[in-house]
Ligand binder design. Structure first.
Ligand SMILES: Cc1cc2nc3c(=O)[nH]c(=O)nc-3n(C[C@H](O)[C@H](O)[C@H](O)COP(=O)(O)OP(=O)(O)OC[C@H]3O[C@@H](n4cnc5c(N)ncnc54)[C@H](O)[C@@H]3O)c2cc1C
Length: 456
């Protein structure tokens, strides 16, 4: 065999698997194949001057390359089983938390020391939420920030590059089962290994479906989350974000009893474009360095949809809605809350007259022409509910960017060791549908690495 272990994908799942496999310098031969670029080569061309919106690069520097989708993220590592994936359903709750804490230790020893760990434990804010029909989920969150997250990734790469063969700009095309292991086929040639870890994230969602189809590995449709990103002056949420940084708050709508939740809160952050397989949606991040912070806070409000019979392509549904917004706005649409509830589009004049300045250059428009009524009604209800705990949320000038879609990969059938029906073929991270976050994806990488170490 060319390698003991081949890892496909250099996102958090792949990186922490490589770290764990090689940290004892045990001589294991490990290779990582990554479709995207090296960390320092990952530059999104949108500069706000010459390139104002997404130009659909062949390999999206935001989603692909060393560090994966998380490289320019806010670097929020949520240590919890309450959200971020269902890893605990496979490996147990205690083990999942232990591994997330272990990942946190690695981050702290690779440049993250000094960053703050926030916690919902003993927060008086929980009661305030309950009193207003909102539920605050339990979590500890380490906020690295986009800047420190980058430092941690650089340090990890420096440590790994002499122990692991990294092949960048090398998308894997096929995986074949061979005697005693696997053959991994790329445009550069085929490489064999005893064990194979597939960690291709959301950008690899279509490819992993093909691989599962080719190898007869069962998959199940997963949910899709659809909604908007809310942006408002940071002081409106500062009493919450100063204490908790990120709060995951859930609301059950009165009208349809749907659940709407906050997601990915970025105090003093920026709203950004995200490109998944050519569809432009919205996301957000913030820096740890006060110099780079803005005076706005953003977070998503999302509603989950899961289709099963007869239509089961939940992601396809989300994609169609995102395409509609791309068709109407040429990318992401921004609307003032006041315009939305008055049933009129936001135009450049209304935006310029408002008291807030958007951090993302998006096309002013009308989100009610894009989002299904049921989802939009839920979002509006939740904005009024949040207004009770953070007065000002329902101000006319609050900005809503759409659409935000969280695509979840098909859930791949894996056992309690995250192994497919083939011995030594593991599918982990967001690509497997098991995780949806940095901490869970990273923990899944450490988990399978340890499983492999026990065997090799
Ligand atoms: C803008 C943004 C902000 C985010 N912020 C946060 C946050 O603050 N906290 C949080 O918990 N989560 C956040 N997330 C989500 C988080 O980044 C993901 O959950 C996490 O990166 C998943 O890790 P992964 O290793 O499973 O996959 P990924 O990070 O997606 O990495 C997969 C890698 O596999 C590569 N790949 C795909 N197909 C192939 C192939 N065929 N061959 C070779 N390589 C391939 C891709 O290029 C990619 O680099 C954010 C995501 C984005 C986009």
């Amino acid at each position: 065999m060319d390698y003991d272990v081949i890892i496909i994908g250099a996102g958090p799942g792949g990186i922490y698997a490589a770290y764990e496999l090689t940290k004892e310098n045990n001589g294991l031969k490990v290779a990582v194949f990554e479709a995207g670029k090296r960390l320092e080569e990952r530059i999104c061309p949108i500069d706000g001057v010459n390139v104002k919106s997404c130009i659909n690069c062949p390999s999206c520097s935001i989603m692909s390359g060393f560090g994966g989708a998380g490289a320019f993220s806010d670097g929020k590592y949520n240590i919890t089983n309450d959200f971020g994936g269902t890893l605990h359903e496979y490996i147990g709750k205690d083990e999942a938390i232990r591994l997330m804490k272990y990942v946190d230790e690695i981050n702290m020893s690779h440049g993250g020391e000094g960053t703050k760990l926030y916690s919902t434990a003993n927060s008086s804010f929980k009661k305030l939420c309950r009193q207003n029909n909102l539920i605050l989920l339990d979590a500890s969150v380490r906020h690295l920030g986009t800047d420190i997250n980058y430092v941690v990734l650089s340090n990890l790469y420096d440590e790994l590059k002499d122990k692991v063969d990294f092949c960048f700009r090398t998308p894997v095309e096929h995986i074949k089962v061979i005697d005693g292991g696997y053959s991994v086929i790329t445009a550069e040639g085929r490489f064999t290994c005893k064990k194979c870890i597939v960690s291709v994230g959301r950008s690899g969602s279509k490819w992993i479906e093909e691989v599962c189809h080719e190898l007869g590995i069962p998959t199940e449709s997963n949910r899709v989350d659809i909604g908007v990103r809310v942006e408002l002056p940071a002081e409106l949420f500062s009493h919450i974000t100063d204490e908790l940084y990120e709060s995951k708050i859930v609301y059950k709508t009165e009208k349809f009893e749907d659940r709407v939740r906050t997601f990915c809160m970025n105090p003093r952050g920026s709203v950004v474009n995200e490109n998944t397989n050519g569809i432009v949606t919205v996301n957000g991040h913030s820096y740890e360095d006060p110099e780079k912070q803005t005076n706005m806070t953003n977070f998503a409000l999302l509603v989950s949809k899961h289709f099963s019979v007869p239509f089961k392509d939940s992601n396809g549904y989300g994609e169609s809605i995102a395409r509609l917004s791309n068709m109407l706005g040429g990318g992401v649409i921004v609307q003032r809350f006041g315009d939305l509830i008055r049933g009129r589009r936001t135009n450049y004049k209304r935006l310029a007259d408002s008291f807030v300045v958007p951090t993302l250059k998006a096309e002013p428009g009308d989100l009610s022409l894009v989002l299904p009524k049921r989802i939009l009604d839920g979002i509006i209800e939740m904005i009024y509910a949040l207004d009770k705990i953070a007065p000002g949320t329902a101000n006319d000038d609050t900005l809503l960017y759409g659409v935000e879609v969280k695509f979840y990969n098909m859930e791949v059938s894996v056992n309690e060791r995250l192994e497919t029906k083939y011995d030594g073929l593991y599918m982990i991270g967001d690509g497997s549908g098991v995780t949806h976050s940095l901490s869970h994806a990273s923990a899944s990488g450490v988990f399978v690495a340890r499983d492999i170490l026990r065997q090799l």
